[in-house]
Design a binder for this molecule. Structure first.
Ligand code: NAI
Length: 339
């Protein structure tokens, strides 16, 4: 039996999180979910977007499955997602983008892994208006040797462990000569310790174009926080969209699994959100827990339901009337029939 902290989140979060829990349960793995709140739901209940009980639950269990959390743009409290990543030093943001048969997208057989530095740079939250009239604002992005080294090492270790051939370092060292320059310098140093893995670097703007033109030239990608955030959404667009993009935030002592997407307020409450991203994040969580068979059952069942293409949500098939839970039910049915 594993005890896992479950943060349902807000917007489409609670419905997709429930779908993921039911799919995980169908694999037969025994999980005791410890439900904890964060963000909007926590403010309603505790008047605190990140209550101590939630922190303590993750501290104790060392693992969480999290629905998306809304962060208002330009006002309100700081991102709780960023705060949780900092609190538990979850410095690796692992975001695979893999094609599925049956999903209409620009390319078939894409298989990329984005490894994004998750704590530093422009997400440090060091920012302010320079004067009372708010005539200018400043955001400070700190990149450290320590932070760069450990994320690049994580990327090369991942490549080695998973039989990947190449790591592409993405940066903007031509313009940000200090922060970008330090990241690139350290990344090249680390790369030398992995002679068995290919290594190249790309400036981020060129990288964005190259990914759209020919994603097959890339394998594992490692980059700083902001670029990784943007490029991982781009990568999800190459394989059918955010509804299929899972992610993991991993540190030395804890890990939080979630979808790459956010709370999708434009579709919340409509029963049309695709539950696959968080379900696939659930499979990543099971691998982290050593439950490899259960994870494989989920991945196989999701792939089959997507390939059949009939019980999928509207983002994947415009004619479809299948809702969030109906798609999860189809995945559960497939897991049971494969057993
Ligand atoms: P979003 O990822 O929530 O939505 C972007 C677009 O993708 C929307 O059109 C949405 O309908 C669609 N989409 C997202 N997930 C989908 C799904 N499962 N099925 C079908 N369509 C889906 O990004 P947006 O709108 O920029 O952000 C909304 C809120 O989410 C913001 O407050 C943002 O801060 C927060 N956010 C939270 C994240 C997290 O909790 N890790 C990550 C990204 C954003």
């Amino acid at each position: 039996m594993h005890t896992v902290t479950l943060i349902p989140g807000d917007g489409i979060g609670p419905s997709i999180a429930e779908a993921a829990c039911r799919v995980i349960e169908a694999t037969g793995v025994k999980i005791a979910w410890e439900v904890a709140q964060a963000g909007v739901a926590a403010i309603e209940q505790y008047k605190d977007p990140i209550p101590q009980v939630t922190i303590e639950s993750i501290q104790k269990n060392k693992i969480a499955l999290k629905g998306p959390l809304t962060t208002l743009s330009g006002k309100g409290y700081r991102s709780i997602n960023v705060a949780l990543r900092k609190e538990f030093d979850l410095y690796i943001n692992l975001r695979p983008a893999k094609s599925f048969e049956g999903v209409a997208s620009r390319y078939a057989n894409v298989d990329l892994v984005m490894i994004r530095e998750n704590i530093e740079e422009f997400y440090s939250g060091i920012e302010h208006y320079v004067d009372a009239q708010k005539s200018a604002a400043e955001t400070i992005g700190i990149v450290t040797r320590f932070g760069s080294e450990r994320i690049v090492r994580a990327a090369f270790d991942y490549a080695r462990k998973h039989g990947r051939k190449k790591v592409t370092i993405v940066h903007k060292a031509n313009i940000m000569k200090f922060s970008g320059g330090l990241f690139l310098e350290v990344a090249r140093e680390v790369a030398q310790k992995y002679p068995d893995i290919g290594c190249e670097d790309r400036i981020v703007d060129n990288m964005a174009m190259q990914l759209v033109l020919d994603p097959y030239q890339f394998d594992v990608i490692v980059t700083t926080n902001l670029f990784g955030d943007i490029l991982s959404d781009l990568c999800s667009g190459l394989v059918g969209g955010l509804g299929l993009a899972p992610g993991a935030n991993i540190g030395t002592n804890a890990a939080i699994f979630e979808a790459v997407h956010g709370s999708a307020p434009d579709i919340a409450g409509k029963n049309i959100a695709n539950p696959c991203a968080i379900i696939l994040a659930g499979a990543m969580m099971l691998i982290h827990l050593g439950e490899l068979d259960a994870a494989a059952k989920i991945n196989t069942a999701v792939a089959k339901v997507l390939e059949e293409g009939t019980h999928v949500t509207r983002d994947l098939n415009k004619q479809s009337t299948t809702g969030t839970m109906e798609m999860a039910d189809e995945i559960i049915k497939t897991i049971r029939s494969n057993a």
